[in-house]
Design a binder for this molecule. Structure first.
Ligand code: R5P
Length: 303
């Protein structure tokens, strides 16, 4: 097996290489004066099974092309099978026509990966379960929830006081699953309204389940941070005393990090699915590595 790391996320790539006990191959990337890029992989890959790690986070379009070009290099150089491990797939939220006249970027992204010869894809906490129906190539939908469960157990909080809370009704399956991993806890989901024109959101009320003294608000993506911050406020308004945040993909758009740093959550846990630039790291933030979890998933399958 050969492992191609993500130039944009060397920390996760190197940790995963260590956990898998394989060398990390980094493609050579050259940016021309006009902004076009050239990707090269010098390591021979003929008849090899190759795994690529790549999050198509900001700059989303550049990272996506980098992924497509790297797949092309590998296929063109005779790799037997190319599997992409994608901790974050940009455009995941653009999964249907929200308003008449719009494209469906996620469908375009998936069709491009497939047409480019990708053999298999492994996604971590894909935004929608609908994604499973959108792929025609073999795909696996994995989750960071076991990593969160391990951390929550480490915090040693009384389970009977814990509610695992989704900041929107769409995440109910996720919080139900995480709650099952924390014996004695319960779950709840908040009703969130989004204005499609302005994008502004409002957490209106608890749509399902029970808010207990300790809330663990869990989501896939933190982008502007508004969803999580408003969910924390609603939990406190509904009687919670301590609120923690857990999210897989820290997109951290614009000044999200400032909103999060100033919100009322006791601690904010994210993963290294997307690297967070130094200037966006704040005191209350802890980054959990996905490397051991991804390594064990790959080793379990004897890949
Ligand atoms: C949406 O359904 C997702 O699960 C997240 O809740 C959303 O992407 C978060 O966005 P933001 O941080 O901008 O509120």
């Amino acid at each position: 097996m050969l492992f191609v790391g993500d130039l944009n996320n060397r920390s996760l790539s190197d940790s995963l290489g260590r956990d898998l006990n394989v060398d990390v191959i980094y493609p050579d990337k050259h940016i021309f004066d006009d902004g076009e890029i050239r990707m090269r992989v010098e390591t021979p890959v003929l008849d090899e099974e190759v795994f690529i790690l790549k999050s198509t986070s900001q700059p989303v379009n550049d990272n996506f092309l980098e992924l497509l070009f790297t797949i092309d290099v590998l296929k063109r150089s005779g790799a037997k099978k190319v599997t992409a491990i994608i901790p974050y797939l940009g455009y995941s939220r653009a999964d249907h026509v929200f308003r008449e006249g719009e494209a469906v970027p996620l469908e375009v992204v998936i069709k491009s990966l497939e047409a480019n010869g990708l053999d298999e894809i492994i996604l971590i906490d894909p935004h929608t379960i609908r994604m499973s129906e959108m792929f025609r190539i073999p795909h696996r939908m994995e989750s960071a929830l076991p990593v969160f469960a391990e951390k929550i157990k480490e915090l040693d909080l009384p389970a009977e006081k814990i509610s695992i809370v989704s900041p929107d009704m769409g995440g109910i399956r996720r919080v139900r699953q995480l709650s099952e991993m924390i014996e004695g806890s319960t779950y709840a989901a908040i009703n969130k309204d989004r204005d499609l024109e302005s994008g502004s959101i409002e957490s209106t009320h608890v749509g399902e389940g029970e808010i207990r003294e300790i809330c663990i608000v869990t989501d896939d993506i933190i982008s502007t941070g508004d969803t999580m911050v408003k969910a924390v406020d609603l939990c406190l308004k509904e009687g919670a005393k301590d609120v923690y945040m857990f999210a897989t993909q820290p997109v951290f758009a614009g000044n999200a990090h400032e909103k999060l740093a100033n919100c009322k959550a006791k601690k904010i846990y994210i993963t290294d699915a997307i690297p967070v630039p130094e200037e966006k790291i704040f005191e209350n933030l802890e980054i959990l590595s996905l490397a051991p979890h991804i390594a064990s998933l790959l080793q379990k399958e004897k890949l």
